[in-house]
Design a binder for this molecule. Structure first.
Ligand code: NAG
Ligand code: NAG
Ligand code: NAG
Ligand code: NAG
Ligand code: NAG
Ligand code: NAG
Ligand code: NAG
Ligand code: NAG
Length: 351
C-alpha cells in the first residue's frame, strides 16, 4: 500500500518535474511572441518561443496543439482552442538547472444572454420597499474578468464582479438591492455585462446588455401638491370660493368631499368651487384623497363673513354720525329756543 502510494507520488513528481523545478526568474528566459494570448474558445491560435542560444534541451510543454522546432525557435500552433484552462510553458536546460517561461492564455466565451428581472417578484412595486434586481449572465468565460453594471435610466447604480475563478463557462446571477420611491415610477432598469480582456482581447471589447429592460411601476399613496393653507379661511359672502386638494398617486387618486350639512352637491373633484358663497356655506370641509395604497385627508375651515354681519356693524357708524349731528341740531334747537324766547320777551314787552 505504502509502496503504491510512493510510486504514485514519484510519478506525479516526475510529471510535474519541469513545472515544479523550473526557474521563472532566470537570466535569458525564453521569450514568447506574443507575450500574452487572449483566444476565443473554438478559434485557432499560435505563438513562438525563442531562446538566445542553442541548448541540448529546448522544449515546450502544452496541454494542446502542435510544435515545430527550428534552431532557437519553437512554433506552437492550435487549430481550434478546445481547452478552457490552457497551459503552455517553454524551457531549456543547462547542466544544473532549468530556465522557463509560461505563456499567459485567456480563453474566453461571450455570454449567451443577460436577462434582468426582480428576484422573487412580479408586477408593480410598492413605494418605500426594498427589492432585489437580478442580472443573470449566461454561459460566460472567464467569469473573473466579467463586470456587471446595473443602470436606472442612464444612471449607473453599481458595478459588480465575480470572485469565482472557474475558467470554464458559468452562469452567474448578480444582484443589487434597490429601495423604491415614487420617483422610480416609470423608470427603466437594465444591466450591462462586459468582458474585460485587456488590449490583447477583442476590439471593441465584448459588451452585452440585457435586451429587455424592466420598466418599474411603483404604487404610492396620494401626496398633496397644494401648499398648506391657514387653519381658518375667512371669506365674504358673495365671493367665489375655491378649495384645492390636488394630489398625485399611483394609481391616480380619487377625491371625496365631506361638506357642511347645509351645503350643495357632493363633489368628486380635486378642486371644489362655489361661485358665490352664502352664509350656509360656512363650516368644515373635508377632502379625502385615496387610492388603494393609502389616503390623505385635508380639512378646510371656512368662515363666511356675511352681509348681515356688515349691516349689524353699520349701526354703530350711524349712531356715531348722529352724535356728530347732535351738536349741530342742539345748536339749531337752542337757536330756535332763543328765537322763541326773544319773541316771547318782545311779545311780553309789547303787551
Ligand atoms: C528556420 O529558421 C530560419 C531562420 O529563422 C529560416 O530561414 C528557415 O526557413 C526555418 N526553417 C524551417 C523549416 O522553418
Ligand atoms: C427567491 O428566488 C430564489 C431564486 O431566484 C429562490 O432560490 C428562493 O427560494 C426564492 N425565495 C423566496 C422567498 O421565494
Ligand atoms: C465573494 O466571496 C465571498 C467570500 O467567499 C462571498 O461572501 C461573496 O458573496 C462573493 N461575492 C460574489 C459577488 O460572489
Ligand atoms: C434601503 O433601505 C434600508 C432600510 O431602510 C437601508 O438599510 C438600505 O441601506 C437601503 N438601501 C439602499 C440601496 O438605499
Ligand atoms: C482577468 O481577471 C484576473 C483577476 O481579476 C486578472 O488578474 C487578469 O489580468 C484579467 N485578465 C485580463 C485579460 O484582463
Ligand atoms: C390646484 O393645485 C394644483 C397644485 O398646486 C395646481 O396645479 C392647480 O392649478 C390648482 N387648481 C386650481 C383650480 O387652482
Ligand atoms: C384611510 O386610511 C386609514 C388608515 O391609514 C384607513 O383606516 C381608512 O379606512 C382609509 N380610508 C379610506 C376611505 O380608504
Ligand atoms: C354741523 O356741524 C358740522 C361740523 O361740526 C358742519 O360742517 C355742518 O355745517 C353743521 N350743520 C349744521 C346744520 O349746522
Amino acid at each position: 500500500m505504502f509502496f503504491i502510494l510512493l510510486v504514485f507520488s514519484l510519478m506525479s513528481f516526475l510529471c510535474d518535474f519541469h513545472v515544479s523545478s523550473c526557474d521563472e526568474n532566470c537570466a535569458d528566459k525564453p521569450v514568447f511572441t506574443p507575450s500574452r494570448l487572449v483566444v476565443k474558445h473554438g478559434d485557432p491560435t499560435s505563438a513562438t518561443c525563442s531562446v538566445k542560444n542553442v541548448y541540448d534541451i529546448f522544449n515546450l510543454e502544452k496541454s494542446l496543439g502542435d510544435l515545430k522546432t527550428n534552431g532557437t525557435e519553437i512554433l506552437w500552433k492550435v487549430e481550434k482552442m478546445t481547452e478552457w484552462d490552457m497551459f503552455v510553458m517553454c524551457y531549456y536546460e543547462l547542466a544544473d538547472h532549468q530556465c522557463c517561461s509560461t505563456l499567459p492564455i485567456t480563453v474566453y466565451k461571450p455570454p449567451d444572454n443577460v436577462p434582468i428581472s426582480f428576484r422573487n417578484h412580479s408586477g408593480p412595486l410598492l413605494e418605500g420597499h426594498q427589492y432585489t434586481l437580478q442580472c443573470e449572465v449566461h454561459n460566460v468565460a472567464p467569469v473573473e474578468n466579467l463586470t456587471v453594471t446595473f443602470y436606472r435610466g442612464q444612471t449607473a447604480l453599481g458595478q459588480l464582479q465575480s470572485n469565482n475563478t472557474e475558467k470554464k463557462p458559468v452562469t452567474e446571477i448578480f444582484t443589487l438591492n434597490i429601495n423604491t420611491s415614487k420617483e422610480d415610477d416609470g423608470v427603466q432598469y437594465w444591466c450591462v455585462a462586459e468582458l474585460e480582456l485587456g488590449p490583447e482581447g477583442p476590439q471593441p471589447p465584448i459588451v452585452l446588455s440585457s435586451h429587455q429592460r424592466i420598466r418599474a411601476t411603483v404604487l404610492y399613496k396620494p401626496q398633496l401638491l397644494v401648499p398648506p393653507h391657514p387653519d381658518r379661511i375667512t371669506i365674504t359672502e358673495g365671493s367665489p370660493l375655491q378649495l384645492n386638494c390636488t394630489a398625485v398617486g399611483n394609481p391616480s387618486p380619487s377625491y371625496t368631499w365631506v361638506l357642511p350639512p347645509s351645503s350643495l352637491l357632493p363633489s368628486n373633484s380635486n378642486v371644489l368651487t362655489i361661485k358665490s358663497v352664502a352664509s350656509e356655506h360656512g363650516g368644515q370641509y373635508t377632502c379625502e384623497v385615496s387610492n388603494k395604497v393609502g389616503n390623505v385627508t385635508v380639512m378646510f375651515h371656512v368662515d363666511v363673513e356675511g352681509l348681515e354681519l356688515t349691516s349689524t356693524k353699520l349701526p354703530p357708524i350711524t349712531t356715531t354720525s348722529m352724535t356728530t349731528t347732535t351738536p349741530n341740531s342742539s345748536t339749531s334747537s337752542t337757536l330756535i329756543h332763543r328765537f322763541i324766547m326773544c319773541f316771547m320777551l318782545l311779545f311780553s314787552v309789547v303787551v
